[in-house]
Design a protein around this ligand. Sequence first.
Ligand SMILES: [Zn+2]
Length: 261
Amino acid sequence: MVPVAPKQGATVVLFVGGTKGARDVEGSLGGQHLAFFPYGAEFAALAGIDLETKPGKVPWRIGLVDRSGTPRKAAGTLTVKAGGFPVQRLTLPPGMVDLDPDTERRAANEAVRLRALYDTLTPERLWRGAFTQPVASRKPGEGFGSRRVINGQPRMPHSGIDYSADRGTPVVASNRGRVALLGEFFFAGRLVALDHGLGLYTLYFHLDGVAVSEGQMVERGQLVGTVGTTGRSTGPHLHFAAQLGRARVNPPDLFALPVRD
Ligand SMILES: [Zn+2]
């Protein structure tokens, strides 16, 4: 398992050795279904540790039928460490932070649409190898997991990384996938969601322009849109996020994925 002691928001790669010729490989980590894929002569799976997973022990189990037809099982625990995310406390005029009822309803509906997307598991792995940074930027994306407390009320933690870039800067697909959703959302603005298969999604928010259509297959590095400041945004930047099922994970782990193919 890589890494052995992941932090909140980590992507864990499980390599299951000694499984040549095995079938029906399945398992779970922290109650989350693991989608195994053939890897070389064996099997591997990605598991997301949601950024709000409580630090401590998370159980995992794996089951399979080996090549002689014998069912085999393994189980254990993984220790999740705290992410050490910063907390920012702000005081703002209430009019700036409270949404009117219509907007609140709209934002809630949009959140439901995104959740339904993350619950949709495409059984085929569309991605290959490590993921790529979606925008040319000298500075790494920042802000994953940071939480704002506005007027004493904790807000949702920041579930992606932000790249500051000029409006119109090209935004490219981080890996191969299918355009699963295009939208104009209250918080996210103009957005593209890519389905990489096996429950893995990447998200591109606040876009100015969109260069793809829903259902289209895109290759790693293919243009999907341009940087903008649409939605709830204070200036041109790309908000880039990754989901493994319902787990919000830190995208740079995907850039360093120890999967070669
Ligand atoms: Zn952001």
